[in-house]
Structures are given as C-alpha cells and as structure tokens.
Design a protein around this ligand. Structure first.
Ligand SMILES: Cc1cc2nc3c(=O)[nH]c(=O)nc-3n(C[C@H](O)[C@H](O)[C@H](O)COP(=O)(O)OP(=O)(O)OC[C@H]3O[C@@H](n4cnc5c(N)ncnc54)[C@H](O)[C@@H]3O)c2cc1C
Length: 321
C-alpha cells in the first residue's frame, strides 16, 4: 500500500475511556475505525484503584476493570486496536490525515486525539506503595472514602486549595501542606481557607515520604530550616505535579493552550479540519472518566459527520475510497 492510501475512516489516538468510547460510536456508525494505544489497558483510568462514580457501577470497582469492558465493547463494535505509541502526525497531506504509529503510517479521513493528561512519572517515596490505600488525587473521585477522617492535601496552587476546601466538608480535619512560603491565592479562597475551622494551613513544608503500615498514616515533611516531622492523616491528596497533556507528538499540528492542552469548539473540533479531541487532553475544567467517555461520543459523531461530508466531496472529485 502506498503511503498516501487511506487505511481507515477514523483513527483514534489513545485507549482510555475517551478513545474507546469514540471507537464504539465510530465503529457502530459503520466507519472503519482504528485505535492506537501503547497497551490495551493504559492511561489514568487504568491506574485508578477504585472508581465509585461511574454510572451503573453500583459498587466501586478498579478503573482497570471498567476500562476493560469499554475496550471489549469497542472491539465487539468492530474497532481495530493497534498496540503502538503514536510518535507523530502530518495533517497537511491532501489525501488523508497521517498518523505515525510504531511500524506503520495510518492515513485517515478523520482523527480523534484522546491521549489524556497523565502526571509526569516522578513520584514521592511511598506514593506508589500506598496507591489505593490512602493516596488520592481527586476529591470528586476519592473524597467520600475519607469521610470523618483526618487528611492531608499537598499542593501549591489555587486548584489544590479548592480541593482542600471541598475536602473539609467530608473529612474530620484537613491539613493543607504546601512547600510555598506564602500562598498566592485569590482573596476569596484565602479567606475561606482561613475561616474554615477544620482546615489548617502549613506553609514552607516539603513532603519527603508518605508513611504508614498497611495504609497511609501520614507524611514526613521537611521545613525550610531542615527540620523533619510527621503530619498525621489517613489520606493524602497529591496536587504537586499537576497533569501534563500528552500532545508533544502533535508537533504543533493543532492549536494548543499555554499548557499544551488542545483547544476545541463545542463539537470538539480542533483548529485542523477533520481532527477532533476528547477527554483529559482538552483545554477544559472538569477531568473525569464519565466526561471523557461522553466527549469520546461527541468527537466520534463529529468525525462521522466530517467523514460523510468529505466522502461526498471525494466522490464529486472522482477520488476513490
Ligand atoms: C488514581 C486516579 C484515580 C482516579 N479516580 C477517578 C474516579 O474515581 N472517577 C473519575 O471520573 N475519574 C477518576 N480519575 C481521572 C480519570 O481517570 C481521567 O479523567 C480519565 O481517565 C481521562 O480519560 P482519557 O481517556 O481522557 O485519558 P486516559 O484515561 O489517561 O487515557 C489516555 C490514553 O491515551 C494513551 N496515549 C497517550 N499517549 C499516546 C500516544 N502517543 N499514542 C497512543 N496512545 C497514547 C494512553 O496510553 C491511554 O490509553 C482518576 C485518576 C487517577 C490517576
């Protein structure tokens, strides 16, 4: 097959809830659909130890188990899953959008980017050991697991402070521990933190290690004078790293915001015709699995509309499918 030949109608990059849901919709619409992902079960949902806010999931379950069902559903619908990491794209070819996989070049009529926003790999000692046993990253996801318990929120910014405040409504007490000597928060948030009786703010403390036996019992922190102490808590919510969008491989082919998230319109179209984005990789506020899945559906429906339209144009121009 020549490099410019079409290999599918819709090429989806990423195998998380956004990518696999896009795959279900595109394949069920009768489009030849290919999904590239480095592993069948990967991304943030695959890492989530328990998920309690997935509709129809009456009892919380590991994110991996839920993702496996979405993956299987995409396969059943007819999508092809190729295990590879996409290294680059070329969206300026006239006869199709090129996606450079591990061993092959895919050429698609439409592309859905659903590569998520994983945290960079560097972890605090103890963080991986206690994942699912007291280490958490999101109050909407895991806050209810710590009802009436003492928790620690570690972070630097406005988002971390907002999460600490949200947690104060659930937990018995919250220590907001920050390595910053002074916090740069808006006045309203700073006032709310100061006035909430079960929140304590500890500035100038850097987390060295998460400690515990079977589950988290606290964090070992070092202050600016080099003194170390344990802050106790049965949960520790981590907001130090933030999430980084997986968009380097796009090499500037679509418009990104200043942090590298993809800018889309209401139909999840990017700045490049025929290229859509769904899930955590998008510039937006709420990053949750159910939202990612919903966006996968929207992106696939938009891609379908684009493909059907471009099919008509191709037929008018005499370009074979
Ligand atoms: C510990 C933890 C607990 C969480 N708990 C919850 C919860 O309870 N409820 C909730 O709603 N949300 C929770 N979240 C957040 C949720 O997991 C994410 O919002 C959701 O997974 C985003 O879906 P996504 O498909 O956009 O991205 P992801 O799930 O991150 O999937 C991205 C996919 O893209 C692939 N990919 C990346 N780069 C490439 C590339 N170059 N080529 C090909 N593929 C690529 C990845 O391998 C992965 O398959 C949790 C997250 C974590 C880490």
């Amino acid at each position: 097959m020549a490099q410019g030949d079409l290999t599918c109608d819709v090429h989806i990059i990423g195998g998380g809830p956004a990518g696999y849901t896009a795959g279900i919709y595109a394949a069920r619409a009768g489009l030849k659909t290919v999904i590239s992902t480095p592993a069948a079960l990967s991304g943030m949902m695959a890492m989530a130890p328990t998920v309690g806010n997935w509709p129809s999931q009456v009892e919380p379950a590991p994110g991996r188990d839920i993702l496996e069902r979405i993956h299987d559903q995409a396969l059943n619908a007819g999508a092809e899953v190729v295990l590879e990491s996409v290294a680059g794209v070329n969206f300026s070819e006239e006869r199709g959008l090129q996606v450079f996989g591990g061993a092959q070049v895919h050429v698609a009529r439409a592309v859905v980017v659903a590569t998520g926003a994983m945290s960079p790999a560097e972890k605090v000692p103890g963080e991986e050991d206690f994942l699912g046993r007291g280490v958490a990253y999101c109050v909407a996801c895991d806050g209810p697991l710590f009802a009436e318990e003492p928790v620690i929120v570690v972070g630097l910014d406005q988002h971390a402070a907002e999460e600490a405040l949200a947690l104060s409504e659930i937990a018995s007490s919250v220590v907001f521990a920050t390595p910053a000597r002074t916090l740069n928060l808006d006045d309203h948030l700073a006032g709310a933190l100061a006035e909430t009786p079960n929140v304590t703010v500890e500035t100038g403390v850097r987390l060295q290690e998460i400690v515990g036996d079977q589950s988290v019992e606290g964090g070992r922190f070092k202050d600016t004078d080099g003194n170390e102490r344990i802050i106790a808590g049965t949960g520790i919510f981590m907001y130090l790293r933030g999430n980084e969008p997986a968009t380097e491989f796009l090499l500037g082919a679509v418009d990104l915001d200043e942090k590298g998230f993809i800018i889309t319109d209401e139909l999840l179209a990017t700045s490049m015709p025929g290229v859509y984005a769904a899930g955590d990789v998008r510039h937006k506020v709420v990053r949750q699995q159910v939202v990612a899945a919903g966006e996968g559906a929207v992106a696939a429906l938009s891609a379908e509309r684009f493909v059907r339209g471009s099919e008509r144009i191709a037929m008018q121009r005499g370009i074979a499918r």
